[in-house]
Write a protein that binds this ligand. Structure first.
Ligand SMILES: *[C@@H]1O[C@H](CO)[C@@H](O)[C@H](O)[C@H]1NC(C)=O
Ligand SMILES: *[C@@H]1O[C@H](CO)[C@@H](O)[C@H](O)[C@H]1NC(C)=O
Length: 334
């Protein structure tokens, strides 16, 4: 039941991300009732890159990118830190906690997804770091760590008995705080220096106008951009418009770049007004513009497989990719 698993763990870190701020997250997921998902795994993300994962059944940290394999190979300390974090702190360290969560909910049938997100950021401009730690159940926040005190905060009534016990363990609380506010930002900073050419790169997209078949909406489609913190909108006479405009989600491409679409419903636009509209894509300080023009619109009439729409892309992806995508889109919406 996929609708249950919208993993909407709100991340107080992600939505503050700007170009100077970088984010490292460990997302530990435990589930029951799902056949195609490991019982427990940790995925590691830096900014917009799902860089690797460790799962309970295989004691290797699986790295998704060759550049990172090289970085970790050249820096054994960094490599050791990532492995230690993934297996010891996130996976083994949370086994008991997540199984307690499982027990609380085991009376109910169906799919249960439990998550722990440990997340930190490093701000290149202010040279400061911070972060957050949260538990979630089926996409809703369940318990959060208050870093100031530090203590646990129950975000749902069922969590109260758990945090009373957890709060007694002051050593663990301090360790968590140190991890989020110091170790994690420090190693993120180090990763950014080592993986600079990839993590701090900018790739501009190719922009095109697509239409299924007239008179369906015209979508302005940008693909191949990085990072994902991009803006795209339609303008009329140079002013951004919201009426008759629909924003699609930002989706990851296989090569680590992103794509997105913004639709314009053209049914009420008279042919002579077309030239007043254009679509703008902004990434950092650079702007790309494509004018609404029949001559440049690509349609897939007669070639329906040419341009799969978002729905088909969804169907093609497996569950794990959907989870990653939802997390990505969270960063956008929050
Ligand atoms: C663990 O994963 C690695 C990398 O994917 C693979 O080479 C290895 O064979 C796996 N080991 C086991 C025991 O599944
Ligand atoms: C486009 O706008 C027209 C008129 O406002 C409306 O009837 C139609 O349903 C809209 N089409 C889409 C796909 O939203």
């Amino acid at each position: 039941d996929l609708t249950l698993i919208h993993l909407a763990l709100s991340d107080s870190v992600a939505f503050h991300l700007s170009i100077e701020k970088h984010n490292l997250r460990f997302m530990t997921t435990a589930s029951s009732g799902l056949s195609d998902f490991p019982e427990m795994e940790v995925s590691v993300m830096i900014d917009d890159n799902s860089i690797g994962f460790c799962d309970g059944s295989n004691k290797t940290l699986k790295i998704n990118y060759d550049w990172l394999k090289k970085v970790l190979h050249d820096d054994p300390e960094l490599s050791k830190w990532f492995e230690g974090e993934c297996f010891e702190r996130q996976l083994n360290g949370n086994k008991v906690r997540l199984s307690i969560l499982k027990d609380i909910f085991k009376k109910t049938e169906g799919v249960h997804v439990f998550q722990l997100m440990s997340s930190c950021y490093w701000d290149e401009e202010t040279q400061r770091g911070d972060g957050a730690m949260r538990f979630g159940y089926n996409g809703e926040d369940f318990i959060a760590l208050d870093l100031e005190t530090p203590k646990w905060i129950a975000l749902q009534p069922q969590a109260t008995p758990m945090i009373l016990a957890w709060d007694l363990n002051k050593v663990r609380l301090m360790k968590n705080k140190m991890f989020i506010t110091q170790a994690c930002p420090d190693w993120l900073k180090r990763s950014l220096i080592k993986g600079k050419s990839i993590l701090l790169r900018t790739e501009h997209p190719s922009l095109s106008l697509l239409q299924k078949s007239p008179p369906s909406p015209v979508s302005c489609h940008a693909t191949g951009f990085y990072p994902r913190r991009a803006l795209m909108f339609w303008r009329k006479d140079g002013e951004e418009i919201h009426e008759n405009v629909d924003h699609g989600e930002i989706l990851p491409n296989d090569d680590g770049t992103f794509q997105m679409r913004v639709y314009l419903n053209i049914s009420s636009i008279s042919p002579e007004d077309w030239r007043r509209y254009d679509c703008v894509f902004q990434l950092h300080d650079k702007e790309e513009i494509v004018k609404l023009d029949k001559a440049v619109i690509r349609t897939n009439r007669g070639k329906p497989n040419d341009v799969p729409d978002t729905f088909c892309v969804f169907l093609l992806l497996n569950l794990k990719a959907v989870i990653v995508m939802v997390l990505f889109s969270l960063t956008l919406h929050l």
